[in-house]
Design a protein. Structure first.
Ligand SMILES: [Zn+2]
Length: 249
């Protein structure tokens, strides 16, 4: 399931324009910001995919008949998505490796600490036609900057919405070719996990936990992995990572 956005919080964490040493690939909590100065070793361009197997730990996500848990299946999918992305030359950073449940902010911080990254959160739905897959991008967020010109943490996605749609449409197009009955274009929704992410960001939701046999979902993993990897590769030329500190596209 994709978690809807909550009421925007009052936290005003800057997401750009502030030097930081917190560029660890594991993220550093809600206060982490992307460092415009700490990434000289990386060429400016899309190199990294932050892969977020949703839920985990005490949060199993959607649960189907026969004990199917969303949190477990997305982790299995992530292994195949990661492999496909690495074959396309991307570096992959996962928000969780096992059965942990990082907070929404921790997951966003992992993405926001990278330079030249896109963010993909993986979900299994509890609804929808079995054997289909949908891509969501966040609904419009009015880009509001505070008096320092910084973008509040809870609107970090705002400057990236157009790029997220481009990326999402590409991935959805490949998914539609593979999984008949899937939409042709990405849809918009209020997705909590995307709102605080300062990078092109999409949610991929696979239907569904209501399958009789888990193997029906497992069979979809290679096609989902291929669509995400091909979508990221096709999107790569569209994303010129801004080189001016503090400026977002
Ligand atoms: Zn979910």
């Amino acid at each position: 399931m994709v978690s809807p956005s909550q009421t925007p919080s009052q936290t005003q964490q800057p997401v750009a324009g502030t030097p930081s040493t917190a560029a660890s690939s594991q993220g550093g909590g809600a206060g982490s910001v992307a460092s415009p100065f700490g990434a000289q070793a990386q060429p400016a361009g899309l190199n990294i995919v932050v892969l977020d197997p949703a839920h985990g730990g005490t949060d199993p996500g959607a649960r189907g008949t026969g004990g199917i848990r969303e949190s477990e299946i997305v982790l299995d999918f992530a292994i195949q998505v990661r492999r496909a992305l690495e074959l396309q030359g991307f570096q992959v950073v996962q928000t969780r490796q096992g059965n942990e449940n990082p907070s929404f902010d921790d997951r966003s911080a992992t993405a926001n600490a990278q330079r030249g990254a896109v963010f993909v959160t993986l979900h299994i739905s509890s609804t929808g036609m079995q054997g289909t897959a949908r891509v969501y991008v966040n609904a419009d967020l009015p880009p509001v900057a505070d008096s320092n010109g910084l973008i509040p943490w809870d609107r970090a996605q705002a400057p990236f919405l157009g790029l997220s749609k481009t990326f999402g449409d590409l991935v959805q197009g490949f998914l539609a070719q593979r999984f008949k009955g899937s939409p042709e274009a990405a849809q918009t929704a209020s997705v909590r996990q995307l709102r605080t992410t300062a990078a092109p960001a999409i949610a991929v939701e696979i239907s569904s936990v209501t399958v009789e046999d888990r193997a029906d979902l497992d069979r979809m993993a290679p096609g989902v992995a291929d669509a995400i990897a091909r979508g990221a590769a096709a999107f790569k030329p569209s994303y010129i990572v801004p080189t001016t500190p503090g400026r977002l596209p």
